[in-house]
Design a protein around this ligand. Sequence first.
Ligand code: ATP
Ligand code: MG
Length: 253
Amino acid sequence: MEKLIAVANQKGGVGKTTTAVNLAAAIAGRGHRVLLVDIDPQGNATSGLGVRVDEEDPTTYEVLLEAVGVERALRSTEITGLDVMPADPRLAGAEIELVDLPRREGRLAAATQTLDGAYDYVFIDSPPSLGLLTLNALTAARSVLVPIQCEYYALEGLGRLLETVDRVRESLNPSLEVEGILLTMYDSRLNLSLQVAEEARHYFGDRVYKTMIPRNVRLGEAPSFGRPVTLYDPHCIGAASYFGLAEEMIGHD
Ligand code: ATP
Ligand code: MG
């Protein structure tokens, strides 16, 4: 059975896309078949994997509106074993267009069910909101991975996210679990990073991954080359930390 993991946090810029792209690439590098679904109109996961979307290309938007089947929207990437369902700014319209449609939160779930075991891992990169797009991600997923940035107010808003997860579990997706909390942009020289890590472990215990993602410029540079860091600079500390996270995740399965 494939693992379906939504990467979500309504707070912006916490490392959702960086995690989705690089963890997906690291797991594909271990020989697994991986799909990354981009359900963010910013399309950062799409461009970060070097995939260009032209106007006539089917994307997550067409899949959610049931204008095309999933397989029409899938694109291969430079990484063996890693495909992407791309997104572009058109997807912003779905947030409004879906409101009056039936099964509006269950569209991605229905679509991913038709994948029929083609992938071992499916990651979904969510936008920084708790709107219909994120609800589709949480309804399709078996679990949610929450990146939190080791910064001021890191845990602020986390309560609302976990309440949303509970609400989705009660109404739309009874088997949804919290996969894990990931500390990102960690800087061991900063007291603040240490404090955030300590506080997260205090509240969430062993749901916090042992692997922490350090602040690393290579992670910031890689997307402008349309490559995951595991390809852009496989020996940097950022790549090593995502390979470590992949090991930790595969080890739990
Ligand atoms: P959004 O909410 O807008 O979708 P996000 O949560 O997906 O944002 P990212 O896009 O992954 O966040 O990261 C925000 C910025 O921080 C990006 O410029 C990214 O390259 C950079 N970044 C992410 N993680 C790291 C890291 N560990 N070290 C250095 N830079 C990082
Ligand atoms: Mg993002």
